[in-house]
Design a protein around this ligand. Sequence first.
Ligand code: PHE
Length: 349
Amino acid sequence: MEQELKKLKEDFERDLAEAKSGTELETLKVKYLGRNSRLAELFSQIPALSGDQRSFWGRRLNQVKKDLAAAWEKATGSTDGQQESLDVTFPSSAVNSGSRHIISSTSQKICLIFQKLGFDIVEGNEIEDEQHNFEALNIPLEHPSRDAFDTFYLNLAEKNNGKYLLRSHTSPSQIRVMQKNKPPLAVISPGRVYRPDVVDATHSFMFHQIEGFAVDTEINFSQLKGVLLCFAREFFSQDVNLRFRPHFFPFTEPSAEVDVSCIICKGQGSKTKTQGKRCSVCKGKGWLEILGCGMIHPKVLEACAIDSKKYRGFAFGMGVERIAMLKYGIDDIRLFYENDLRFLEQFSL
Ligand code: PHE
């Protein structure tokens, strides 16, 4: 047994000398003084010994146990001492607190401009039903956007308002607001929208839109133009112009697509200052498409129990990713979603 004890002490001393951290010391204590230690095993052999032997080895083992415990205490004391020698006034390493994502900050910037013009911000629902996403917006059953190729339908039991789906645009927010509130209304509604598009440099199955609309007795198309021009100049730069091209949307009549004069070549297209070189952002056209808009279709107002003889409204919808790509010269939509900090940190405030 003496042999055994000698070996035990040597092992303990070697391990103790090698232990560097508090955790390692704790492990050592369990190993050498715990219930399953070799020492405990030796203690368990004592009852089997004869009288004299029993008291001799009892005392001997207790002494060893005390010695090990004392050496262990001493060692922990010394590491405690080291911890206390830490200089708590030393400057800490910088903590990265993060910042808003470029899509959130762009969306906020856009909303703030409209808020200053008197628009209220209202969030809609990402899970919609066919009634709000299509029917109330005068989108008939045969319209291609209602096809399963263009819409994420959900496997939820359908109710009176038809199948559930991930909204394909923010326009259903118009319906939700107009069903609940009566004019005068001026509302801006940001959020995510979903379309089962194949992902490439300009498409994503999920992206962000901002819907805006105003309803009152005297609303007209020139107010829509004025509001959008004010937004474009505030957001891009004071010298941009807008171009309204006739278009078709089922929920607005008349409808238009709106282009902003290219912010890079200042609308010059191919006649840039750099000797007739074609502008790569607008591909030489001088204009960049930024949104869709129009006067709210009377059927849409009626679907929300608003008298279309008395009231009229304008509405517009824009894609946040597209606007951010134009403003910051980003050429691939996938960069927004890859969480690559080298990209994102360029836009943190
Ligand atoms: N909802 C249309 C889209 O997603 C945009 C739009 C909104 C057009 C409001 C006109 C009026 O393409």
